[in-house]
Design a protein around this ligand. Structure first.
Ligand SMILES: [Zn+2]
Length: 460
């Protein structure tokens, strides 16, 4: 292509014709070859969209997207299957023990201080601890990146921020469809179309909240999936309206699924204070009541006592010393992880003194559990059409995104080999659609200016 560009420039420079050369098109064409010719990329996460949520409700827009692109049966999120850890895996391609965002809650085991999800967004050191999110990598390699409401957006990484960003206010209604559309208008109309961004991550807080409040099998959750479906239709319409369909790839996925919690006297709940031999007096720090996973830091010399009291104490509670955690979970090798890790089986949650968590649905369970699997769809010029592929891991999305954007990835736990079969063969990609358009425009201009040999040049 560079050869073509030079040939065109030489032809124009040496032409005897008196008509003014089409400098605008030529300089635009030249800038095209000096800049990236890769397509743009929009990464969308619908929090808690379980892999099978489209099976019990009409989803015409998601179905159309699957016809026009690729659908994975599901993706396996990293463990711990909760919002901040899993989203940071999307952004870095690293397992949770490697990127260090180990929980939605920030904590200090000495002062006992805890910060909840929203507050943690502004604790730079919580996010910036060794792994660089894709926005920063893209910016360092000359691309323009943006992020709207995606976990991690507010933080500074090695002194850099994602330059175009919107962080939600503290009390934000994550379910409001009107707001969703305003956000989409901003991302598509302003960020991609007007500001010409190359990559944007866009986050929606549903259907997670509906799944928690009403349960994954509820009519409210099904209604919210229809809202998601309408939103996907709206996004694709906006992309079409702005003429971006052939230049923008879309990945839609989620951080985790959702599982129904068993209650109402039907089951024996897990309440640590009721377990014989276990005492909170032996505990220096605890992270409990946040769903199915808890962590404990026993006081000096008490680890074995606490461990033995809890192990085997409830048929649906798995108790691990940190170093005993199954390697496949990739959730043992980080200093922020505490010495004892408790994992409840699906349907159960880990309570401390007494039950305080009354969610009808929850997540955070073992990522082998089918209820924790998330959905995955892609559409765009670089992807095949009407293709269903086998499951892969969420860590594999990062190298795919880097490949699509044409940037060199950081160290990653994911592999492009696990996703590249979704791509159209290289020579057929739409990556050069913009250049094809400009070349044809240039061809017309040259012809109108009597550059008779242009066709010959074009064939070089
Ligand atoms: Zn949730």
């Amino acid at each position: 292509m560079l050869l073509l560009c030079l040939a065109v420039l030489c032809l124009i420079a040496s032409s005897p014709c008196a008509a003014a050369p089409p400098w605008n098109s030529v300089s635009e064409l030249h800038s095209l070859f000096t800049a990236s010719t890769k397509n743009k990329l929009l990464l969308i996460s619908f929090d808690g969209f379980r892999w099978d949520y489209d099976r019990d409700v009409e989803t015409p827009n998601l179905d159309k997207m699957a016809q026009d692109g690729v659908k994975a049966v599901y993706v396996t999120p990293p463990f711990l299957t909760i919002t901040s850890p899993s989203h940071f895996t999307m952004l870095t391609g690293r397992y949770v023990e490697n990127h260090g965002v180990i929980h939605n809650v920030w904590f200090n085991t000495t002062t006992q201080e805890k910060k909840q999800y929203y507050e943690t967004q502004f604790v730079d050191s919580y996010w910036d601890n060794g792994s660089l999110p894709i926005w920063i990598t893209a910016q360092r390699q000359g691309l323009k990146a943006g992020s709207l409401h995606f976990p991690g957006t507010a933080a500074t990484y090695k002194g850099e921020i994602v330059r175009v960003r919107q962080v939600e206010p503290r009390f934000y209604d994550h379910s409001n469809e009107t707001d969703w559309r305003l956000n989409i208008d901003k991302v598509i109309g302003e960020w991609f179309h007007q500001q010409d961004l190359d990559f944007v991550s866009l986050y929606f807080g549903e259907p997670d909240l509906a799944g928690h409040d009403y349960g994954p099998d509820s009519p409210e959750r099904r209604e919210m999936v229809q809202q998601v479906d309408r939103t996907v239709g709206y996004i694709r319409d906006k992309i079409q309206d702005h003429g971006l369909t052939d230049r923008l790839n879309i990945i839609i996925t989620a951080d985790h699924g959702m599982s129904k919690i068993l209650r109402g006297g039907l089951v024996e709940e897990i309440v640590l204070s009721k377990i014989p031999g276990f005492s909170f007096r032996d505990i220096k720090f605890q992270l409990l009541d946040y769903g199915p996973v808890g962590m404990l830091l026993p006081k000096e010399g008490m680890l074995e006592k606490v461990y033995q009291a809890l192990k085997g104490s409830h048929p649906h509670l798995r108790v691990y010393k940190k170093e005993e955690m199954p390697a496949r979970l990739h959730y043992s090798n980080h200093p922020r992880l505490q010495p004892i890790i408790l994992i409840a089986d699906p349907g159960y949650i880990v309570n401390g003194f007494l039950p305080v968590n009354f969610n009808k649905g929850d997540h955070g369970f073992d990522n082998e559990d089918m209820d924790m699997k998330a959905f995955f769809r892609v559409v765009g010029p670089d992807f095949q059409k009407n293709l269903i592929v086998d499951p892969f891991d969420l860590v594999d999305v990062y190298p795919l995104m880097c490949h699509l954007l044409g940037i060199n990835p950081e160290i990653t736990d994911g592999h492009l080999d696990n996703t590249k079969h979704m791509l159209v063969p290289r020579e057929n990609t739409g990556g050069d659609n913009k250049s094809k358009y400009l070349i044809s425009e240039l061809q017309l201009t040259l012809k109108s200016n009597h550059y008779e040999h242009f066709d010959q040049v074009y064939l070089i």
